[in-house]
Write a protein that binds this ligand. Structure first.
Ligand code: AOF
Ligand code: ZN
Length: 351
C-alpha cells in the first residue's frame, strides 16, 4: 500500500468540508480491508456531525474492516464531544493498522488517540505527508495553539504592485478566471473583511455569509450592495455613535494615528467565533493588515500602471529602512487565464 497516495486522497476528501466544518479541522479518511482493497471513504462534512473516520466506518458492515488499515490526515480523536471517540470505533471495528498525517493539536486529544489505539494493539504509522497535512489545517492549528483568528489577505495588482488608480476602482485589474478563483478562496474562510474605501470606490457585493467592514468614520452608504446579503459587522471609531440599522452589528474600536486598531479587531473576531478571515481591500487597509497576515494570495495582471495613477497594493506598510523589508517566502504560483496567483507566507511567523 502506498501511504502517501492514500494520504493525498484523504486530503482531497477532507477539502470537501471546506466552508462547512469550522472551527473543526478538515479531515478525510480511507479504509482498506485486510487484503488491501479500498472498501470505504469518508470526510468530516459538517460541524457538529460525524468525524471522517466515523463516516467512513459506518458505511461498512460490522466485520468488513477487521484486519484492515485506516488512513486519516489527523490523529483520531479520543474524547466524547458531539460524537463518541473515533479511536473507540476504530478499535471496535478490528482495524489492525492506522496511518496518520499529523497529531491533533487540540489538547484534549493530543497523543491520547494514538495511545488508545496502541493500547488496543493497533499499529500506528505517523507523519505521512505531515507538511501537507499541516498546511491543510493551518487555520485549525493557529486557532488551537495561539487562540487567534487566521488572517489571510488577497490582493490583485499590476506587475509594479499597483492596485488601483488613486481615485478610483481596482475592480477590473485581473480577468474573469482570477476573479472566479477569488470566489473559491473566499469560501474557505469564515469571513471576509474590507474597508470603507473599497465600499465607496467599487460598491462591490463580495458574496459571503459573513462580512466585516472597517468603517472608522461611518461614511459608507449603508444601502450599498455589500450590506444587502450575509451577516454584517462594522467596526468604527469608538468616539462616534453608530446608527441603528437592522441586520448590521456595529462594534466600537479604538483608533490610533487615524486608523482603527486592527489588533483589537482581530481579537474581537476570534472572540465572536470567527476562526479565519480573508482581507480583501485596497492598498491602505492591506498595508495595515500585512503585519497580521498569516498568508497572502496575490494575483498579478501582466500590466504596468503609471506611478502617478496607481496606489501600492500594500500602501501603508511601514518599512523605514531597506534592510527592514518585510520578508516572505513563496509557496506556489499558478496561472488563471492571463494572470498569475502567487501565494506566499510571512517569513517571521514560519521561521
Ligand atoms: C477526528 N476526525 O473528522 C475531526 C476531528 O466538536 P467535536 O466533537 O466534533 O470535536 C471536535 C474536535 O475533534 C476537534 O477540535 C479536533 O480535535 C477533533 N476533530 N478529529 O479524528 C475528524 N473533525
Ligand atoms: Zn473523531
Amino acid at each position: 500500500m502506498n501511504y502517501e497516495k492514500s494520504m493525498k486522497r484523504c486530503i482531497e476528501l477532507a477539502l470537501n468540508g471546506r466552508g462547512e466544518v469550522s472551527p473543526n479541522p478538515l479531515v478525510g479518511c480511507v479504509v482498506y480491508d485486510k487484503d488491501g482493497n479500498v472498501v470505504s471513504e469518508g470526510w468530516h462534512e459538517k460541524y457538529g456531525e460525524n468525524h471522517a473516520e466515523r463516516n467512513a466506518l459506518l458505511k461498512l458492515k460490522h466485520e468488513e474492516a477487521r484486519g484492515g488499515t485506516l488512513v486519516v490526515n489527523l490523529e483520531p480523536c479520543s474524547h466524547f464531544g458531539h460524537t463518541p471517540p473515533c479511536a473507540d470505533l476504530i478499535i471496535e471495528r478490528g482495524i489492525k493498522k492506522v496511518v496518520l498525517g499529523m497529531r491533533d493539536v487540540n489538547p484534549i486529544v493530543a497523543g491520547n488517540g494514538i495511545k488508545n489505539l496502541q493500547n488496543a494493539g493497533i499499529e500506528v504509522v505517523e507523519s505521512v505527508l505531515e507538511d501537507e497535512c499541516k498546511k491543510l489545517n493551518e487555520v485549525f492549528i493557529k486557532n488551537m495553539t495561539e487562540h487567534k483568528v487566521f488572517v489571510a489577505l488577497k490582493t490583485a495588482s499590476t506587475l509594479d504592485g499597483k492596485t488601483a488608480s488613486k481615485t478610483g476602482s481596482s475592480k477590473w485589474i485581473t480577468g474573469a478566471a482570477a476573479r472566479e478563483e477569488v470566489r473559491v478562496i473566499r469560501k474557505t474562510y469564515d469571513a471576509i473583511m474590507t474597508s470603507s474605501a473599497t465600499v465607496i470606490a467599487d460598491n462591490p457585493e463580495m458574496a459571503h455569509k459573513r462580512k466585516i467592514i472597517i468603517d472608522r468614520e461611518l461614511k459608507t452608504d449603508f444601502s450599498s450592495k455589500i450590506y444587502q446579503s450575509g451577516k454584517i459587522t462594522v467596526f468604527y471609531d469608538e468616539a462616534l455613535s453608530a446608527p441603528s440599522i437592522e441586520g448590521i452589528e456595529f462594534i466600537k474600536a479604538p483608533v490610533k494615528e487615524g486608523k482603527i486598531n486592527l489588533e483589537f479587531v482581530f481579537e474581537r473576531l476570534y472572540d465572536i467565533g470567527i476562526m479565519s478571515v480573508l482581507v480583501e481591500a485596497g492598498g491602505h487597509l492591506n498595508g495595515s493588515a500585512l503585519e497580521y497576515a498569516d498568508k497572502i494570495y496575490h494575483f498579478f495582471a501582466p500590466k504596468v500602471m503609471d506611478d502617478n495613477l496607481g496606489l501600492s497594493c500594500f500602501d501603508s506598510a511601514e518599512v523605514v529602512d531597506i534592510n527592514q523589508c518585510r520578508e516572505f517566502f513563496f509557496e506556489s504560483v499558478k496561472f488563471f487565464g492571463d494572470d498569475i496567483l502567487l501565494t506566499y507566507y510571512p517569513m517571521e511567523k514560519n521561521s
